[in-house]
Design a protein around this ligand. Structure first.
Ligand code: GLY
Ligand code: MN
Ligand code: MN
Length: 427
């Protein structure tokens, strides 16, 4: 991580200020997920652990006990003991001095002493804050390390009080610090470079995966960690599949190409969508659709202000979209009335919510009911999907909330029809 230890010290300080007296906090690394044979899927550190100590290494555990009578035991970090054989295969692991320098935690221990130290600590503690990955409607089959640990702890220490850590960390992670915003801006700049490359490159006859290759090339060569999520490169009808990842089709003359792609820089994500004509020129009808979405995006961005919520923004966008769909002749007043308000007709054409928080994760912590505050960053991503016309259009920017109003972090990424067409003529 490129952040200084002061960032992590400050995050831990803010977290511990909100704990009950005599509490212990425990946060684990993510698992290394097994693939087949002796292989793992690429490892990605737990975002909460990154936020609190900046340690990228697997199997690390952070233990906080701010009221511990012995000062050096108030913050402890447990790491793998460096092992010559392990390092021969997988490269250098952190030593205690390095872990201390990154995290600002003074007391670094090896994992082998974790259980005995924890057991002794818990004899002085009253309450245990356990971490969890809570995301609405997301229930994976595999339990995280934090969750498995929580189940074990409740059995081993049934008389302690237990609290959820996640709401406290969510509150902190929602409001980005200066360093985080800078990392996100850098992720957006790299994403802009990838888009510029695509505008030069795209032409009829290419496969979607060849377009993705250009995106990945730009991300890596510009110093990003990679893509913040698997890029969506969807031509024609494929754009109507929201999380289309197959990317095997040919990009055809006359069709649109929707690309949802974002770089990850210093663990912070960008999340961008642009829709372009494969042959470099929008048809008159495509242009009408595209500009309708763009107008909606411009108007709804003005609602990304302190005090508003994603819930209310989603309601407002239905009103804006309804007006556009009427003008385009896709729906009629009569049909709107018949559909009623429980499930507005617009949702047939705009099939997803138009905003989510973004940060260490592309779909970052924070619910649609959170009141927006300065420092929060959200996406703004209205779309229009018409499978019958093999057309899917989405335009997505990342918006920083400030006291002075919304700031588009993707201002430098071309979005106007004329700009896109002009840049595509260079190829
Ligand atoms: N890239 C996924 C999304 O836009 O939410
Ligand atoms: Mn996206
Ligand atoms: Mn998004």
């Amino acid at each position: 991580m490129a952040f200084s230890e002061a960032f992590y010290i400050n995050n831990r300080k803010k977290l511990t200020a909100n704990l009950k007296a005599n509490s212990v906090v425990i946060v684990h690394s993510n698992d290394e997920m097994p693939r087949n044979g002796d292989q793992y899927f690429p490892f990605r550190q737990n975002s909460d652990l990154l936020y609190l100590c900046g340690i990228e290494q697997e199997k690390s555990i952070l233990l906080l006990f701010p009221d511990h009578p012995v000062k050096k035991n108030r913050e402890m970090l447990f790491i793998l003991k460096p092992d010559q054989k392990l390092e021969t295969y997988y490269g250098k692991k952190l030593n205690q001095e390095e872990a201390k320098r990154i995290s600002g935690v003074q007391n670094i221990q090896y994992l082998e002493s974790y259980e005995s130290i924890l057991d002794e600590m818990l004899s002085y503690a009253k309450c245990i804050y356990l971490n969890s990955n809570d995301y609405p409607k997301f229930k994976p089959d595999v339990a995280s390390r934090d969750l498995r640990f929580a189940i074990k702890m409740k059995q081993a220490y049934p008389t302690h009080q237990y609290e959820r850590l996640q709401p406290l960390i969510t509150d902190l992670r929602l409001k980005k610090h200066h360093e985080e915003i800078e990392a996100m801006k850098k992720a957006c700049t790299i994403t802009a470079k990838a888009f510029d490359r695509i505008l030069k490159f795209t032409a009829p006859g290419l496969k979607e995966y060849q377009v993705e290759a250009e995106i990945q090339h730009a991300f890596l060569s510009e110093g990003a960690k990679g893509a913040a999520y698997p890029p969506i490169v969807a031509s024609g009808i494929n754009a109507c599949t929201l999380h289309y990842i197959e990317r095997k089709s040919e990009c055809k003359d006359g069709e649109l190409l929707l690309m949802d792609f974002g770089a990850e820089y210093d663990y912070y994500a960008a999340d961008c969508t642009r829709t372009i004509p494969v042959n470099g020129k929008f048809t008159p009808r495509q242009k009408e659709y595209y500009n309708a979405v763009l107008r909606v995006q411009r108007e709804i961005t003005q609602h990304f202000v302190v005090g508003n919520t994603i819930e209310k923004i989603n309601k407002e966008v239905i009103r804006l979209m309804e007006k556009e769909l009427l003008n385009l002749g896709l729906i009629t007043e009569q049909q709107i009335k018949e559909a009623g308000s429980a499930k507005p007709l617009v949702l047939k054409y705009l099939v997803h919510g138009i905003a989510h928080f973004i940060g260490l994760d592309v779909h970052d912590v924070g619910s649609r009911f959170v009141k927006l505050e300065a420092g929060m960053v959200l996406t703004c991503e209205p779309g229009l999907y018409i499978p019958g016309e093999k057309t899917g259009i989405r335009i997505e920017n990342d918006i920083l909330i400030t006291q002075e109003g919304p700031v588009n972090l993707m201002e430098e990424i071309p979005v106007e029809v004329e700009e896109i067409e002009k840049l595509m003529r260079r190829s």
